[in-house]
Design a protein around this ligand. Structure first.
Ligand code: 13P
Length: 244
């Protein structure tokens, strides 16, 4: 009942020219019948990406946005600007933004509300670090992130991405059991907050996803898709999207 969603987060990679080249090379190989495929390039490459994918089923997302409509916020981009550029999704609260740019559950909450109002689909990221996992704090920490980041929000369009920080960019993927355990827990927390919508909200796993582990991850009951970093920059992404 939940449509699978395979998203690529390019982070700070690829120029506009490299963006156009990427789509030229990979679009012919993508078969996304029945699956949502979303690519999130940098702000600067968004227009090229939207143009390149215009006649395809591939959708484009941003990696962040501001919650205000406009104003004196140097270096920021609003939801309205993203909409006008043809963007349909937006990643909010990625752990790199929380760590390097002091994003909090409170700012994430404002952004998610604004994204939904603006008809952008938010992909809200949560996940513990290695220290928290080793101390057995994963569930408490993820619960707090969900409760605070999604306070006052009950919307079936939401997408939640579980990205354990220790699995991001490390080549250490969570086992499918570890990933499913937390994704199932997240659905339970969403059930308390969002009632019946929790069965419609898509939950993604992210952290060293590649062409070899995608199938097993996707076989888990509460994993509806993946958020791919490094492997989304390469031709490997076609294999991930087309996994069978
Ligand atoms: P990697 O796939 O490179 O581990 O990155 C995951 C991620 O942060 C996606 O948002």
């Amino acid at each position: 009942m939940r449509k699978e969603l395979i998203a690529g987060n390019w982070k700070m990679n690829k120029t506009c020219q490299q963006t156009r080249q990427y789509f030229e090379e990979m679009l012919p190989g993508i078969d996304c019948e029945g699956r949502d495929v979303v690519i999130c390039p940098t702000y600067l490459s968004l227009k090229d990406a939207v143009e390149a994918t215009a006649k395809t089923n591939v959708k484009i997302g941003a990696q962040n946005m501001h919650y205000e409509e406009s104003g004196a916020f140097t270096g920021e981009v609003s939801a309205e600007m993203l909409k006008e550029a043809g963007v349909q999704f937006v990643i909010i609260g990625h752990s790199e933004r929380r760590t390097y740019y002091a994003e909090t559950n409170e700012s994430v909450n404002k952004k998610v509300k604004k994204a939904l109002l603006s008809e952008l689909t938010p992909i809200v990221c949560v996940g513990e670090n290695l220290d928290q996992r080793q101390k057995g704090e994963t569930f408490d920490f993820v619960r707090e992130q969900i409760e605070k980041s999604l306070e006052g929000i009950n919307d079936e369009r939401l997408v939640v991405a579980y990205e354990p920080i220790w699995a991001i960019g490390t080549g250490v993927t969570a086992t499918s059991e570890q990933a499913e355990e937390v994704c199932e827990f997240i659905r339970g927390v969403l059930g308390e907050k969002c009632k019946e919508n929790s069965e419609k909200i898509r939950i993604l796993y992210g952290g060293s996803v590649n062409a070899s582990n995608i199938k097993e991850l996707m076989s888990c009951k509460d994993i509806d898709g993946v958020l791919v970093g490094g492997a989304s920059l390469k031709s490997d992404f076609v294999k991930i999207v087309n996994y069978e």
